[in-house]
Design a protein around this ligand. Sequence first.
Ligand SMILES: Cc1ncc(COP(=O)(O)O)c(C=O)c1O
Length: 376
Amino acid sequence: MTARKLTTLENRAIAHGLNVSDGHPRMPLTRGQRAIVAELGDLFDQAAKRPFHEIEEEAHRSFLHGLGQHAAPVGTGRLVTCYSSSVAMDITARALAERTGSVALVHPTFDNIPDLLRARRLHLVPVPEHRFEEGLGELPPEVGAVFVTTPNNPTGWVLGAEPLARLAAWCAGTGRVLAMDTCFRGQDTRAQYDTYRILEDSGAEWVVIEDTGKLWPMQELKAGFLAWGEGTRLELAEAFDDVLLSVSPVVLLLITRLAHDAVDGGYAELARLLAENRRTLAETIDSTGLVLKEPDSRISVAQLELPESIGSATDFYDRLVEHNVHVLPCEAFHWARNTDGGRDVRVALARAPEEVRAAAAMLAEVSVRMRADGRR
Ligand SMILES: Cc1ncc(COP(=O)(O)O)c(C=O)c1O
């Protein structure tokens, strides 16, 4: 049986119940964010008056510099704004398919990444996270690109600066494109070294997808950024032009304001909320048989491993839905071998603390009941 698509399950959670399913931020606005939203009328006035490219460049600079990305290609024409990171991903997949028939992709990762690559007829070779640190020496020669998600969803794993430099040098030396999804980097300072400096110095052809949509509870007012290198010979600008003219300048102005607010304490506040929610989850499931898998992860999701006595992650998910609580079973993250995720569920943490507390209590209760049922 193939795993159910993650977005399909996330949509069920949006429809009803306690939603700790999708990774989009759904906690209450902070005081700073509420003040920014209250200025929306002014942002509309500015959007109508100021040149679009000035507004866009300001958003790129504020967002990327605020995350340590000082060498990002702001103002070069090699950085474009999409409605979402998935749109940037689709453009990347299309451009990669014109170059190669085969891509090495991190395993596990969020399933819409392999799905969008496969939709462009790309053959995928799974690569476990640790191999990006140890070297990809024996990849088949037909693999023309390497794709890595860092921080990775759902594990929170981060590719460090030194392994990235080695990977980029290897890609440059073997003529492979290096593509990166860094959508979760705003949640983990360990991913905020200047990626673009390393990529550009390596001489590799590279593409990076960034995202404002995982950070702030903006009701889907967000953007995905797609950047590429001076020496990258993929037809990304052409593919982008086929898809859209521009995103809303109001959204870009909002991103500029939110990025400044984030640097002035908003990122620290987000990190505190995620740490508090991760701690609540860990404490509530303690001695229920559920285990927090990556306690050191900083991103806005947590994986729990189920005890042997609870059937599969999908069984556990189905029982939770009966109680109106929505998590994600992790099979589909393991896009090449669904069974690898068969004992794990993912819980979203970018929520109000009371929502995570209520969901954690139900996870604990259902786990204890299912274990008791399993022993009968
Ligand atoms: C790592 C990663 N990249 C990209 C996306 C796509 O984000 P969006 O649905 O906002 O386009 C997701 C979705 O959760 C994700 O986990």
